[in-house]
Design a protein around this ligand. Structure first.
Ligand code: LMR
Length: 400
């Protein structure tokens, strides 16, 4: 009965890792998926995470019962405070409902399913380009996905005029997806002044902001600074939605821990919204896993552990910045044609190199360097040892 099933394509991002794993070359490099690596090229478990896990293991009162449908209460409260601010009036007025979800993707999907059922406008505008999974998550939830201009290839920066024009002509009430910080794949964010203009326009057109916050702490190295865009929108008293991931900033990729927060007009609405989120979640996966959320809650609620986390997070962000400088210098010293200053200007985990799919294919074939075909490289996968090989490959790709 399944004979007719055709082979589906690999995922454009996770499929890069599949191809990388099959390559026997000793010099191969995986710069596809956005996952942090140490200078030695190894995955990193933060010390503070190890410590939290040890505490959880030693606590014999802990059991493996089901969590509530909405997840771990402490985790939800602390996650909302982390993104909205400890002193956020919205949190204090109990008008934020937060549910624990399966990392960023799960949070986006639960939010999208809720909107498809309970929000009057089904059009969502997503930036062009954006993370490859966004259109699928929203489209499969039943929303109608459109794009707004975001990136200008000629300047390798923000197309602010295009963005404002497209949001200005969006249907009233449309949902708009924003990357809270460290835009994936471009590494290009609006400035604080531009965010303010975006906010005014969005509010004047009653657009509903939906933030994807997957890199809090990775853009500036500071958790509060990286939450400014979201906080601006919450401060004006209007509604907004935030999907948070702890995959990158706490290195909890495989634990699948994230949160969806919906900021409502008042506590009464928030209570009803939560009741409906439960009806979305229960038939999908019943309730979320306990381990990752317990780690996050342990770290967030202890002042010392929180402090330790910020230091480790900053160290990851700094190492990436250092890789940017090294790659930029390596290309300059090779005299590679082109202006590569965007490598040091862009922020977050990725550099949107400007290399085209043919050049990417060449680098994979000849240099065993794996990256997404849109020319995005994960700077977190680079090390001082591997920068020269990458620079050689880029040089060869643009001069052939
Ligand atoms: C990425 O863009 O590489 C990450 O968000 C990982 C993923 O799930 O695609």
């Amino acid at each position: 009965v399944f004979d007719h099933v055709v082979m589906g394509p690999e995922d454009p991002i996770l499929g890069v890792t599949v191809a990388y794993n099959k390559d026997p070359s000793p010099v191969k490099m995986n710069l596809g998926v956005g996952a942090y690596r140490t200078e030695e090229g190894k995955p990193l478990v933060l010390n503070v995470v190890r410590r939290a896990e040890q505490m959880l293991v030693n606590d014999s009162s802990r059991v493996k019962e089901y969590l509530p449908i909405v997840g771990l209460a402490d985790f939800n409260k602390l996650s909302a405070k982390l993104i909205l601010g400890a002193d956020s009036p919205a949190v204090q007025e109990n008008r934020v409902t937060t549910v624990q979800c399966l990392s960023g993707t799960g949070s986006l999907r639960v939010g999208a399913e809720f909107l498809a059922r309970h929000y009057h406008q089904h059009t969502i505008l997503i930036p062009q380009p954006t993370w490859g999974n966004h259109p699928k998550v929203f489209g499969l939830a039943g929303l109608s996905v459109k794009t707004y201009r975001y990136y200008d290839p000629s300047t390798r920066g923000l197309d602010f005029e295009g963005l404002m024009e497209d949001l200005g002509s969006a249907p009233s009430g449309a949902i708009v997806l924003f990357h809270a910080c460290a835009h994936n794949p471009t590494g290009v964010d609006p400035t604080a002044q531009q965010w303010e203009q975006i906010r005014q326009l969005a509010r004047s057109k009653a657009l509903l902001p939906f933030f994807d916050s997957a890199y809090q702490g990775f853009a500036s190295g500071n958790l509060d600074t990286d939450a400014q865009s979201v906080r601006m929108f919450v401060k004006d008293g209007g509604e907004c939605i935030v999907a948070q991931s702890f995959a990158k900033n706490m290195g909890l990729y495989g634990e699948r821990v994230g949160a969806l927060s919906i900021v409502c007009r008042n506590a009464d609405v928030a209570g009803r919204v939560e009741s409906q989120l439960k009806l979305v979640i229960r038939p999908m996966y019943s309730n979320p896993p306990i381990h990752g959320a317990s780690i996050v809650a342990t770290v967030l609620k202890d002042r010392n552990m929180f402090q330790e986390w910020t230091v480790e997070l900053k160290a990851m962000a700094d190492r990436i910045i250092n890789m940017r400088t090294q790659l930029f210098d390596a290309l300059r010293s090779r005299g590679t044609p082109g202006d590569w200053s965007h490598i040091i200007k862009q922020i977050g985990m990725f550099t949107f190199t400007g290399l085209n799919s043919k050049q990417v294919a060449f680098m994979t074939k000849e240099y065993h360097i794996y990256m997404t075909s849109d020319g995005r490289i994960s700077m977190a996968g680079l090390s001082s040892r591997t920068v020269p090989h990458l620079a050689d490959a880029i040089h060869a790709a643009v001069t052939r």
